[in-house]
Design a protein around this ligand. Structure first.
Ligand code: PAF
Length: 293
């Protein structure tokens, strides 16, 4: 049995409403397709809270900059359908472009502060595109829960904020980063990496491990930890966009690891942009400091 693939807002809304009338809880896993284990883990996470999972697959043009990889972003709807079904997805929502952006569309969702950190300044308009499409998906699908991965940490914080600010009835859940056996964070963009680049990309997780180790050993000075990390990244010829240490909720820069802090890394291996992050927890934090989002 093949799961249904719905293309219009009317179709997905009718299906979800019929499930809800039967008393079922519905989760949404928004994706841009080319599914890997990371996406499938989001489905598993959603199934902890929901009876039915809708997965959306939509390569959203408004979140790509003019020089980014919208055209060459990997696509495989046929393969995705089989993987999604196997993982327990009940329906795919693969909308037509003009369903999500009707002719003449001019309404966008943007946040004031959160997009000014980390990837925001380097990808102007990206988070406006993400916030807009996710809001539209929430309006179209009307899920009880929506699940996002923690690899795109800034995205997850932004979606949580917008759901709160716009009084959306959808609860936002996040699921931990899924890694390849050698530690590389799973990403649809990993397919772009040539074998040598794939090997060099491991410097990112090694840098995160190094940061964690330094904090465990009592080094809280962000400048010193950044220097160690930069040495590692430079030796793998990783072109660093940023190595930032930020507050887990506000994404404001931290100067020392006095409380749980996110270290986030972004940059290029060749032409492929990769991101990753880790929560750093100083030893013996107070109960308040142990709070993680
Ligand atoms: O993380 C992604 O794949 C995309 O940014 C999302 C959330 C599906 C919005 O297009």
């Amino acid at each position: 049995m093949n799961i249904p693939v719905l293309r219009t807002v009317g179709e997905i809304r009718n299906l979800v409403r019929s499930w809800k009338q039967d008393g079922l809880r519905v989760g949404l896993v928004p994706t841009m397709g080319y599914l890997h284990q990371g996406h499938l883990a989001l489905v598993q996470h959603g199934l902890r809270f929901c009876d039915r999972i809708v997965m959306s697959i939509f390569v959203n043009p408004t979140q790509f900059g003019p020089n980014e990889d919208f055209d060459r972003y990997p696509r495989d709807e046929h393969g995705d359908r089989a993987k999604a079904e196997e993982a327990g997805v009940s329906a795919l929502f693969c909308p037509y472009l003009n369903e999500m952006y009707p002719a003449g569309a001019e309404t966008y969702v943007s946040l004031d502060r959160l997009p000014h950190h980390l990837c925001g300044p380097l990808r102007p308009g990206h988070f406006r595109g993400v916030a807009t499409i996710c809001t539209k998906l929430f309006v179209a699908v009307e899920p009880d829960v929506a699940v996002f991965g923690e690899k795109d940490y800034q995205q997850a914080v932004i979606i949580k904020r917008l759901a709160l600010d716009l009084l959306l009835p959808t609860r936002i859940e996040t699921a931990p980063i899924v890694r390849e056996s050698d530690g590389l964070a799973m990403s649809s963009r990993n397919v772009y990496l040539a074998p040598d680049e794939r090997r060099r990309a491991l410097c990112i997780v090694q840098a995160l491990d190094q940061a964690e180790l330094s904090v465990k050993r009592g080094e809280y000075d962000v400048r010193k930890i950044r220097l160690q990390i930069m040495a590692l990244l430079n030796s793998a010829n990783f072109q660093v966009d940023y190595v930032d240490f930020v507050h887990p909720d506000t994404l404001e820069n931290e100067e020392s690891i006095g409380s749980p802090t996110i270290v986030a890394i972004a940059g290029f291996i060749g032409k492929t942009r990769l991101i990753d992050n880790r929560l750093l927890i100083p030893p013996n934090p107070t109960d308040d400091q142990k709070r993680v989002w």
